[in-house]
Design a protein around this ligand. Structure first.
Ligand code: AP5
Length: 245
């Protein structure tokens, strides 16, 4: 899948894009869109869910602390997430911008991010100002029943990370990745009982971020209940409209 020509034509990979946040419920399509945006703008996708799952798989101290919480569908405590994200955002590949997928997820995390960006602007000076500008926030809105179907059908490739859906976006060969042929896997927290908890955590702790970001005029809402290509076209248009690219 490629990005819309009109959007790509105005984007040069060396240009500064700045921070982009994808906000949305579990299954809204954050990971799917983040991968497309990251590829087109040549900036890193920073998925706190992926980083946490990687820590769980490697059995790190963070992974051990997060595992049981994630399996219940609750949010990992802010302190643990912020320590992990602050290290990642200081890596060299973030200096033209980055796309945050699944972060921030609480008002505490959003306030921390604002302070982090402000400090980076001050410390790094005028050459890096745009890279750490206030973020463009894209909210993906999807109907509740559609979210449940998407999560139930989601499979992903353990090798390349590509996301599929057995109902909506099946691979060419059942159970195998189109890119590398690896056997597709289902996430441990995609069980029905856990999904209900994840959706509750979203409503209670993450939805308040819509108000938080609306007041700054940097929130764009996209109807995520459309084909991937159309969501992508509207997300790119939002980035171009609000952003500096
Ligand atoms: P995380 O990994 O972030 O999961 P999530 O937010 O629940 O989001 P998902 O990955 O389930 O969905 P998505 O929006 O990325 O949708 P996707 O593109 O895959 O977090 C997991 C856990 O980690 C949390 O519960 C928490 O415990 C912890 N955590 C993570 N970040 C944290 C933080 N900041 N603070 C505290 N705790 C944190 O798409 C879903 C499916 O739909 C796929 O099958 C896809 O193919 C399909 N699809 C996508 N778009 C479309 C479309 N337009 N049309 C049809 N199908 C589509």
């Amino acid at each position: 899948m490629t990005a819309p020509t009109s959007a790509v034509s105005s984007i040069a990979s060396e240009r500064i894009v700045g921070p982009i946040i994808l906000l949305g419920a579990p299954g809204a399509g954050k990971g799917t869109q983040a991968k497309l945006i990251a590829k087109t703008f040549a900036i890193p996708q920073i998925s706190t869910g992926d980083l946490l799952r990687d820590n769980v798989a490697r059995g790190t101290e963070l992974g051990k602390a997060a595992k049981a919480i994630m399996e219940k569908g609750d949010l990992v405590p802010d302190k643990l997430v912020l320590d992990m994200v602050s290290g990642r955002l200081r890596e060299a590949d973030c200096q033209r911008g980055f796309i945050l997928d699944g972060f921030p997820r609480t008002v505490v995390q959003a306030e921390w991010l604002d302070s982090f960006l402000e400090k980076e602007r001050k410390d790094k000076g005028v050459t890096c100002e745009a890279a750490y500008a206030p973020p463009v926030v894209i909210q993906l809105k999807v109907d509740y029943n559609q979210l449940l179907q998407r999560i139930a059908g989601r499979r992903s490739c353990p090798a390349c990370g590509r996301i599929y859906n057995v109902y909506l976006q099946p691979p060419k060969v059942e159970g195998k990745c189109d890119v590398d042929g690896a056997t597709l896997v289902q996430r441990a927290d995609d069980r029905e009982d856990v999904v209900a908890e994840r959706l509750k955590a979203y409503e209670a702790q993450t939805l308040p971020l819509v108000d938080y970001y609306s007041s700054g005029g940097r929130l764009v809402t996209v109807d995520g209940d459309q084909p991937v290509e159309e969501v992508m076209r509207q997300a790119f248009s939002a980035i171009e409209h609000v952003n500096r690219v």
